[in-house]
Design a protein around this ligand. Sequence first.
Ligand code: FNR
Length: 386
Amino acid sequence: MNNLKKVTHIADFQRLARRRVPKMFYDYADSGSWTESTYRANESDFQRLQFKQRVAVNIEQRSTQTQLLGVPASMPVALAPTGLTGMQHADGEMLAAQAAKNYGVPFTLSTMSICSLEDVAAYTRAPFWFQLYVMRDRSFMEALIDRAKAANCSALVLTLDLQVLGQRHKDIKNGLTTPPKPTLKNLLNLATKPYWCSQMIKTPRRTFGNIVGHAKGVSDVSSLSIWTAEQFDPTLCWDDIEWIKKRWGGKLILKGIMEPEDAQLAVDAGADAIVVSNHGGRQLDGAPSSIAALPAIVAAVQGKTEIYLDGGVRGGQDVLRALALGADGVMIGRAFLYALGAAGQAGVERCLEIIANELSISMALCGRRTLAEVDRSVLRNPAIFD
Ligand code: FNR
């Protein structure tokens, strides 16, 4: 992609990614569970929140600077943990982490990444966040926590909304595997993806970097769902957080909170931050959008932890809407995945630039100079989700 300046919004990246990334991996990103109603609502509910346009305010000096868990960030955005990112683009996790570092925002590495904790640490030489699933094999979890510490990770993101795997039709129909099996259908599709193939040929990383060795033979969606059913711990309960927090000993973010009762329990469990998230509409279809769930959680938490939101954020305007309703920051999943698939590290950097510009300009048009000036009065109808 020579001229990324002509990519002006995330939908451009999505179109490019659809063209450039093998169908099974593009579909893996662009899908939700069952009817995908929650996946769609995550995006469309943002549009229901209208801004108040304000004029004749001196907004020449503006800043999107903030702190996330006490660490300065150029804007209130972090890259969400996403599995198989190294299949959207060769070495995808390393490149996305480097882009996040260059842009001054946190990157989160998924347990189910292609590049390992050690790969990302060696490549970026900078702290990042590590996302952990709760698994039955506690010694494996302990090993992952210790590896995250050794890799200098600055926060542990514990995902609570995947005790069982939500069904995504497309993955089953596509026969998702990593790497793709050399079937005629896959080979014909790969033949139309020269950019992806030319990058992928340069790297040895093809399967789950953090769990390879532990989960032998797990590469396709059916063996992954069997492994998930066997490994991911359906008995997980709030008491488990205690030993994880103790073993980790650093900042803990609890991800997948959608109800005020659970937010309260997360506060009681000692979370430093929570992520209001329905896993991007990939788990419980029929749950509300994340933005609709946010206000009640903000009211319940009363500032006792930081609150991040993810799900459906496709630009800086969505960031501003989430902040207006009380979030301290947002995480982006598909927005950066599409950019990565379209154009690698430069794509992710451009994605962050687009979001930052959109946030800054929208703040200005609402008459706000700093994030401290952003509250519900930025919106005309802030109460629609109360
Ligand atoms: C995810 N998500 C996710 N979450 C997590 O905690 N661990 C993981 O491994 C993954 N994997 C994953 C893969 C893909 C392809 C997607 C799209 C999402 C959920 C992710 O962290 C985040 O909650 C959503 O992506 C947010 O929604 P948007 O921004 O994608 O709409």
